[in-house]
Design a protein around this ligand. Structure first.
Ligand code: ZN
Length: 153
């Protein structure tokens, strides 16, 4: 749906399915992040004034409004918190439970929420060191789904 109604008399009803399309722009910093991710690299953005390091990267510091510069980071991090999903959306037990974690990214003041893999839910601990597992290079699209999951280091 690419339609902008400015005259209220043009408002109408739809019957049946409404096709919806949208364009989401990730912005300058997000675009750079996804380009690097496609190459298998991770970047953050460091404030030139106060040194705060943003992940995901941003183009300016929200504390002092100074410019930031992109810095490469390892992509590794530590589990800050996690939860284990044992039921699917229909509340049926899943054969393989999914582990969702908040991961504090090394060398940054930021974090990422993502799946953990190659680890038993009972073995996950807060503070556990993890590293990303990416799709094979020829399958990457420059999207967050290029990261399959994080696994213990
Ligand atoms: Zn700053």
């Amino acid at each position: 749906m690419i339609e902008k109604i400015v005259n209220p008399k043009e408002l109408r009803e739809w019957e049946g399915r409404i096709e919806l399309y949208w364009v989401y722009t990730s912005g300058k910093a997000g675009d750079e992040f996804f380009k690097k991710l496609k190459e298998g690299k991770f970047i953050a953005a460091r404030c030139r004034k106060c040194g705060r390091t943003y992940f995901p990267p941003r183009i300016y510091c929200e504390f002092d409004f100074s410019d930031t510069e992109f810095v490469e980071i390892s992509g590794e991090g530590c589990v800050r918190a996690f939860t284990v999903a044992r039921l699917d959306v229909y509340e049926k037990p899943m054969e393989n439970p999914e582990i969702y974690a908040i991961i504090d990214m090394d060398g940054t003041d930021g974090c990422l929420i993502h799946l953990l893999g190659e680890v038993d839910p009972e073995d996950v601990e807060v503070g556990m060191k993890v590293k990303p597992v990416l799709k094979p290079k020829n399958e990457r699209e420059g999207a967050i789904t290029d990261i399959l999951y994080f696994k213990p280091v």
